[in-house]
Design a protein around this ligand. Structure first.
Ligand code: ADP
Ligand code: MG
Length: 322
């Protein structure tokens, strides 16, 4: 069983940042409003995530570490209208198969549960505090998969990838307080008051936030809102274009291209906008079940949406006479 989990881990958990992503998505799925992220040595030594979300019932804790155990899919239909970030039930077993994991969780209704799992083996399980929420501590990541460990880049690069994930999720969930600490140094704290522009300021600084212009448009099927940077604030990579569908950040090349196209000749060669775009649509029109990392999505009526977004971005610049 651990072998199957390790294989799944190979797909889902490439590096410390993948662990951070999966654990943060779980916290968000559990309706957390405050998430603390403690990292040491770019995640190779410690990844600890504390949330104040729903917690896991004592009876369900061991199940959560079993492959394809998910509390998020009730019937087959749910696969086609996924609203939660996770739904495959692969992350916890994958992480536990290649690391040392201590999880303490409580629904706040009764005594909580603490489990200690290493390399897929449950080493201990006992009662714990009844404080609502979940704390998960991951150490010795990739201890039994030396090839993975060797493939990791410098601490600086691995940390940058973690910061990038946290930033994206903080931008996607402006109503949640994200607190990121690396080697005892605070890297981010968001207010969690629901204001995307404030999160932009918290991450990139107030002068960057000032150079972001609001975009908003809608038609019968789509509601689009967000911020795009002035052409003077462009970046050297597309990575700063964040696209969310119903609050889930996704990758869709056509949508990214549509945003870039809205800039027309205002963009210098090799430069890309900085943008955060949230699209609300009927979940039935989104198929997120394309890849295990769940980032790649297929959309019905993609062409309509793409045209709508390009026009909306163009309009932003017409409005400010650029
Ligand atoms: P998925 O997110 O795809 O359902 P995971 O392996 O990430 O699968 O998690 C398995 C299950 O464990 C989840 O369905 C959820 O019920 C529970 N779980 C994991 N993390 C948390 C958390 N932070 N708070 C509450 N429940 C959690
Ligand atoms: Mg998950």
């Amino acid at each position: 069983v651990n072998l199957a989990n390790q294989i799944a881990a190979g797909e889902v958990i490439e590096r410390p940042a993948s662990v951070v992503k999966e654990l943060l998505e779980n916290a968000l799925d559990a309706h957390a409003t405050q998430i603390d992220i403690l990292i040491e040595a770019a995640g190779t030594k410690l990844i600890e995530i504390v949330d104040n979300g729903d917690g896991i019932d004592d009876d369900d804790v061991e199940i959560a570490f079993r492959r394809h155990a998910t509390s998020k899919i009730i019937d087959r239909q749910d696969l086609f209208k996924v609203r939660t970030l996770g739904f495959r039930g692969e992350a916890l077993p994958s992480i536990a198969s290649i690391a040392d994991v201590e999880l303490t969780t409580s629904t706040g209704q009764q005594a909580g549960t603490a489990v200690h799992i290493k390399g897929g083996d449950i080493l201990a399980k006992k009662a714990a505090s009844a404080r609502r929420g979940t704390r998960i501590k991951v150490t010795e990541l990739f201890f039994n998969t030396p090839a993975r460990l060797k493939y990791l880049k410098s601490q600086q690069t691995e940390l940058a990838k973690i910061v990038d994930i946290v930033n994206r999720l903080a931008l996607s969930y402006p109503a949640v307080t994200f607190h990121l600490v690396h080697n005892d140094k605070q890297l981010l704290r968001t207010a969690g008051n629901g204001d995307v522009k404030r999160v932009i300021a918290e991450i990139y600084g107030p002068s960057t936030a000032q150079k972001m212009l609001p975009v908003t448009t809608e038609d019968n099927d789509f509601q689009v809102e967000g911020f795009v940077s002035l052409p003077e604030l462009t970046r050297a990579s597309r990575d700063y274009i964040s696209v969310l569908i119903n609050g889930r950040y996704i990758k869709n090349f056509q949508i990214t291209k549509a945003i870039i196209k809205g800039y027309g000749s205002k963009l210098m060669v090799g430069r890309y906008p900085f943008a955060v775009i949230n699209i609300k649509m009927d979940p039935l029109l989104v198929d997120v079940n394309v890849h295990p990392t769940k980032q790649e999505v297929r959309l019905s009526q993609e062409e309509t949406l793409v045209a709508l977004i390009t026009t909306a971005v163009q309009d932003v610049f017409t409005r400010v006479n650029l």
